[in-house]
Design a protein around this ligand. Structure first.
Ligand code: DGY
Length: 417
């Protein structure tokens, strides 16, 4: 699968539905590629960072070659880059992946050189996040578009989306629903608002210094922040190994502040973290996987314990965990993208976090269920957690990459470093 979707210097998530390079897909794909071609794995991340913006942002899509099979394409984003990119970002997995490629490398000398090249670039991205997406210095960054979370149509965004208008949008034709079952995808109402936000940001010249305060959608996602915190600590580890003391210190400080601030998002009644709407300072009553993912960062043991219990509760209702939304919530939809289905990438991060937090048995069950899903239903984009039905796109790169990672760590009691 990884070879089939390889375009030489980057990998497409799947043919048809996603014909370009996606940010967090690529960083997770490299983790699979490293098992059979370490040089190719480094190249995947290097290609992404070759398209980093001057201000430090790493865009969520790089449109390497034209394709009319995807909407919204470069002409809608109009970001005025030599190689067109989108104008928003995605979960910052790169720091975590760089550390994993570096510490697990069989080929140590090139790994050192390639990590050293990437180090200041990933650091600049982390700095960008706290400067542009946390202008008041709260320690947590906001996303300005649901696509930035990677969990495009999560129930988390429903309430905040009511404030996003949908008037004045240029006419458009969706392409995703030609490649995947429309009942597995976001709705038209959601697409209208996704595009309204893109048009707003485009009208502001993609000037990141202006976007945060101008956006009617500003949400602090605990999962997104946890990935950033984990990546900051991972980058600090790599920086220490390479003798880059100031990059190490900056990233440790970011992670420590982020972890302390995350406490504000904890909800005892839900047994997990919740998103926070930064436009009104209120927590969002939506128990999604975004509030379970913080176990991927070094959260307090007691919090990880509660999260483990929450997942156990889920597994009483579902054949496969971890669902992208609480199945006890009437808004749960088993087949619709991020409103219920199980995904191998989130299972990977959650299993890793549970293992480090002292819950190896639950981590092993999540890995076993993930492997059962691909055995039964192939390398789908995501799965119905009740029936294991494959959903979304097929022959999916990051699903295959996660399988390689699961097989490598299975039975070794080994946590990804
Ligand atoms: C899509 O087009 O579905 C993507 O998730 C947005 O990046």
């Amino acid at each position: 699968m990884l070879r089939e979707n390889d375009r030489g210097t980057y990998t497409v998530p799947t043919r048809g539905l996603y014909p370009f390079q996606w940010n967090w897909d690529s960083c997770l794909t490299a983790l699979g590629q490293r098992h059979f071609d370490e040089a190719r794995a480094w190249l995947e991340i290097e290609t992404l960072f070759a398209h980093q913006w001057p201000d430090g942002m790493v865009p969520h899509i790089v449109f390497h070659v034209p394709s009319d099979g995807y909407f919204p394409g470069p002409e809608v984003w109009a970001t005025n880059r030599l190689v067109p990119t989108s104008g928003i970002t995605q979960p910052p997995v790169a720091g975590f992946s760089v550390k994993r490629l570096f510490t697990e490398a069989r080929d140590k000398t090139p790994a050192r050189a390639r990590a050293a090249e990437l180090l200041p670039k990933v650091d600049a991205w982390h700095r960008w996040f706290y400067a542009m997406r946390d202008p008041q210095g709260e320690g947590l960054v906001a996303i300005l578009h649901p696509w930035e979370s990677g969990r495009d149509n999560s129930i988390d965004w429903d309430e905040a989306f009511r404030r996003v208008p949908s008037d004045g949008i240029e006419p458009y034709t969706r392409r995703d629903t030609q490649h995947a079952d429309p009942s597995h995808r976001p709705t038209k109402e959601q697409y209208d608002r996704y595009l309204w936000l893109v048009q707003l940001f485009r009208g502001l010249g993609w000037d990141n210094a202006r976007l945060h305060d101008a956006s009617p959608f500003r949400v602090v996602d605990p999962g997104f922040n946890a990935i950033l915190i984990r990546s900051c600590n991972a980058l600090a580890d790599v920086a220490e190994a390479l003798g880059e003391a100031s990059i190490a210190a900056d990233n440790r400080a970011r992670a420590a502040r982020g972890l302390a601030a995350l406490e504000r998002l904890w909800s005892a009644p839900h047994g997990q973290y919740l998103c926070l709407d930064r436009t009104n300072g209120a927590l969002i009553d939506s128990a999604s996987i975004g509030g379970i993912l913080p176990v991927f960062a070094a959260i307090p043991k007691a919090r990880a314990e509660e999260i483990a219990r929450t997942i156990e509760r889920q597994s009483e209702r579902l054949r496969y965990v971890v669902a992208s939304h609480d199945p006890a919530d009437p808004r749960f939809e088993a087949k619709r993208y991020w409103r219920g289905p199980a995904w191998l990438v989130t299972n990977y991060m959650i299993a890793d976090g549970l293992r480090s937090a002292g819950h190896p048995a639950l981590a092993d069950r999540i890995v076993a269920m993930s492997l059962e899903l691909i055995t039964q239903s192939g390398f789908a984009e995501y799965y119905d957690p009740v029936t294991a039905e494959p959903c979304g796109g097929g022959r999916f790169t990051w699903t295959a990459a996660m399988v390689l990672e699961f097989l490598a760590t299975e039975g070794q009691n080994g946590s990804p470093t």
